[in-house]
Design a protein around this ligand. Structure first.
Ligand SMILES: Cc1cc2nc3c(=O)[nH]c(=O)nc-3n(C[C@H](O)[C@H](O)[C@H](O)COP(=O)(O)OP(=O)(O)OC[C@H]3O[C@@H](n4cnc5c(N)ncnc54)[C@H](O)[C@@H]3O)c2cc1C
Length: 315
């Protein structure tokens, strides 16, 4: 396919979660010709979120509604959005970046913003997909409050699992930590704090093999890995903290990633390649929230706009 002026953008953003949509709003408003490409439906992980109660200025909103508002806002400034696409090739080096799609389209851009987000690692137990957001959560900061005065299970034995177990005791009456080994992969102080908390109990050498319930979870089956014994266990909810996977498989070998596959950026959200920026859950960082994604993307977009202007001045 011939690349025409029509297929050239000042910026192509990969990912239409809160980071990508925010970058789209800023760049289009700065009159940069901007295209957002998204693999699935627009909204990213926000659409998995029944209620977002910690986004400033909006008291409580469904993730789907918030996504729609961000999408419309970006489009109102002229940002083009293509959803349900598949990227087949990506050239990030050099002045002219190039993105090829499975439908044969080829787009070029002066800058690329990578905002492909990530996904929490799942257990793979029966019923897990059905109860996501209906009793199963992967985010204590987001959902802890919904479990006030309830009994919950936490899956995991690393720092996140134990630290979040302690933090969730602010809300819940009882936490049962289910961990696959008889020891934890966490700092001593995190283990000590969890062990000393009277609300926290442990079931070790075990894993959840099934989730049960109707509207939301009412019980889980916990299997002892050593004995094979299965324990039906009543609970109001399950928090899973067994790691996080960035959506960066398509970037392998193309730019600097850390050992977890997260994109390395500096404080201006610049990656290891000139003209390529990254924002949101796909970058190296500790706190993954809508607000932090939006913040990173603001910086990435402003820096990209500056880069575009400098390139145009040079020409
Ligand atoms: C169940 C759940 C509940 C949550 N609740 C809250 C909450 O209440 N409050 C809060 O602040 N945060 C919450 N979070 C976290 C928040 O949703 C994320 O931090 C935020 O969505 C990250 O935004 P992002 O734009 O970086 O990435 P994402 O939201 O992950 O969006 C990335 C987008 O990129 C697309 N993509 C990926 N790979 C490609 C590719 N190769 N090509 C094209 N497109 C691609 C994806 O399809 C996706 O649409 C929750 C997360 C989960 C999982």
């Amino acid at each position: 396919m011939k690349i025409s002026e029509h297929n050239h953008f000042n910026s192509i953003i990969i990912g239409a979660g809160p980071a990508g949509l925010t970058a789209g709003i800023y760049l289009s408003r700065a009159r940069a010709r901007t295209l957002i490409l998204n693999e699935g439906v627009v909204g990213g992980q926000m659409i998995l979120t029944y209620e977002i109660a910690n986004y400033p200025g909006v008291e409580a909103i469904s993730g789907y509604q918030l996504s729609n508002i961000m999408k419309k806002q970006a489009q109102s400034f002229g940002c083009e959005i293509r959803a349900n696409i598949r990227i087949t090739d990506l050239k990030l080096e050099g002045k002219l970046k190039q993105v090829s799609l499975s439908d044969g389209s080829i787009f070029t851009a002066d800058t690329i913003i990578l905002a492909s987000g990530g996904r929490p690692r799942t257990i793979g137990a029966t019923g897990e997909e059905d109860f996501k957001g209906r009793g199963i959560s992967y985010c204590a900061t987001c959902d802890g409050d919904f479990f006030t005065d309830k009994e919950i299970v936490i899956v995991g034995g690393g720092n996140s699992a134990l630290e979040e177990a302690v933090s969730l005791t602010k809300y819940v009456t009882k936490v049962t930590v289910v961990h696959q080994f008889d020891h934890f992969q966490a700092y001593d102080h995190a283990i000590r704090e969890a062990r000393n908390n009277p609300k926290i109990h442990f079931i070790l050498d075990s894993t959840i093999i099934a989730f049960h319930g109707a509207e939301s979870i009412t019980s889980v089956d916990i299997k002892n890995i050593k004995t094979g014994e299965i324990l039906p266990f009543k609970t109001d909810g399950v928090f899973v903290f067994i790691g996080y996977l960035p959506n960066t498989e398509f970037l392998l070998g193309k730019l600097d990633l850390n050992k977890n596959g997260e994109i390395t950026v500096n404080s201006d959200m610049e990656t290891s390649l000139p003209g390529v920026f990254a924002a949101g859950d796909c970058i190296v960082k500790r706190y993954r929230q809508v607000t932090t994604a939006v913040g990173d993307a603001t910086i990435a977009a402003l820096k990209a706009a500056e880069y575009i202007q400098i390139q145009q001045t040079i020409i």
